[in-house]
Design a binder for this molecule. Structure first.
Ligand code: AMP
Ligand code: GLY
Length: 421
């Protein structure tokens, strides 16, 4: 089979790495890919949101299966376009991708089908929002409705911060049209967990749990980022919680999708808050999470292409998905200054060969004059497996300690459990 993976981050490197293990695969292309992905796939210079360019490439290169990493092409309808040309593609269609593309839509959907979530209200107009928000109490959470690259969520501690956030989104258009509508919701206290599930339109099969470290600095201080590390399984996620999530959130979602005539095939990501009143759903994403994928796929034992085929053919019930009982940890190495301003173009030194229990995924690297250089904020994602989270953590940090580039930064507390639920 010839495979095309769309995207250029650590998630896509992990997808390409796992797909390359399939005996069914002959050739992998990645658009646009990065310096590390280029070692195992042919990187092609087409951007992830250039739907026309990707379609032309797939048609002219006998692509048997296209796998979509990021959300933008899904929201732009790449799956619909490819299917019209009879191309097999893994991911939800445009109508289904709205579960991630519009937070106002997804909150209404959760409420309509009694899926546990934070109390909320959607606002299309700034003055109404400003007049009503005090009713939520503080802190409260303000979210831009549309895609905002993970930056469109603000936790406001008081009225002044809330006013500033609402004006920024609705009047100053900080997130463009994504902020024309906002969701204001109650602040939930608890521990977060991410559950990714394969969904074939009829059934959803959850993957092993994961937890992402979103803040830039140790002890969950600093700004929100695209993710500074992850662990799998998630701390605090036990069989009892898993069963409750399956019944109250995952299965209800599948039934709700059917009731709404939304055909969802692909990966559906459930961002959860484990509260003292039980698990609640913060958000859906219409794709694999990043960096959750870099830990979850380390534990997947089944051929990913077989699973993707089963999703597309609505045959998930016939496949037995196997996971390693090992724990996985990943640590993200960033360019100093990220998520604010930073410099790139520095040579990365000290790479060590990947093994079955240690893999360095590239999130933003390029090759220049035969050298691997930094090319973005999140540069490398070092993943490791161990019998315990502690062992996986030690292995990941050992690899991290050997690598270096100018102004490299990483959190020192990934995978270290500090408190109880
Ligand atoms: P979202 O994109 O909706 O998942 O929000 C991004 C992050 O904001 C989440 O991972 C949480 O850390 C935080 N967050 C979102 N909604 C809430 C909420 N209702 N209460 C507390 N934290 C939240
Ligand atoms: N790790 C969060 C996300 O992928 O959106």
């Amino acid at each position: 089979m010839n495979i095309l993976v769309i995207g250029s981050g650590g998630r896509e490197h992990a997808l390409v790495w796992k797909i390359a293990q399939s005996p069914r695969v002959e050739k992998i292309y990645c658009a646009p890919g990065n310096g590390g992905i280029g070692e195992i796939a042919s990187c092609i210079d087409i951007k992830a949101d250039d739907i026309d360019g990707l379609l032309k490439f797939a048609l002219s290169h006998d692509i048997d299966l296209t796998v979509v990493g990021p959300e933008q092409p899904l929201s732009l309808g790449i799956v619909d376009v490819f299917m019209k040309s009879n191309l097999r593609i893994f991911g939800p269609n445009q109508r289904a991708a709205i579960l991630e593309g519009s937070k106002a839509f997804s909150k209404n959907f959760m409420q309509k089908y009694s899926i546990p979530t934070a109390k909320y209200k959607n606002y299309h107009d700034k003055n109404t929002a400003l007049a009503e928000i005090d009713g939520f109490g503080y802190p409260l959470v303000i979210k831009a409705d549309g895609l905002a690259a993970g930056k469109g969520v603000i936790i406001a501690e008081d009225r002044t911060e809330a006013e500033e956030a609402i004006k920024g989104m609705m009047a100053d258009k900080k997130f463009g049209v994504a902020g024309s509508t906002i969701v204001v919701e109650e602040f939930l206290q608890g521990k977060e967990a991410s559950i990714l599930a394969f969904v074939d339109g009829n059934v959803a099969i959850p993957m092993v749990s994961a937890q992402d470290y979103k803040r830039a600095l140790d002890d969950d201080k600093g700004l929100n980022t695209g993710g500074m590390g992850a662990v799998s399984p998630a701390f605090y996620y036990n069989d009892e919680i898993a069963e409750r999530v399956k019944q109250d959130i995952i299965n209800k979602t599948v039934e709700a999708l059917k009731a709404e005539n939304i055909e969802y095939r692909g990966v559906l990501y459930f961002g959860l808050m484990l509260t003292k009143d039980g698990p609640k759903l913060l958000e859906y994403n219409a794709r694999f999470g990043d960096p959750e994928t870099e830990v979850v796929l380390m534990r997947l034992e089944t051929d990913l292409i077989d699973i993707m085929d089963a999703v597309i053919d609505e045959a998930l019930e016939n496949i037995d998905i196997k996971w390693s009982s090992d724990h996985a940890v990943c640590v993200v190495m960033t360019s100093g200054g990220y998520p604010e301003s930073y410099d790139t173009g520095f040579e990365i030194k000290g790479f060590i060969p990947n093994g079955i229990d240690r893999v360095t995924f590239h999130a933003a690297t390029a090759i220049k004059d035969g050298k691997t250089i930094t090319a973005g904020g999140r540069v490398l994602v070092v993943s490791a497996l161990g019998e315990t989270t502690k062992e996986a953590c030690e292995k990941a940090y050992e690899v991290v300690s050997k690598m270096d580039f100018k102004k490299a930064f990483y959190r020192k507390d990934i995978g270290i459990k500090k408190d109880s639920l």
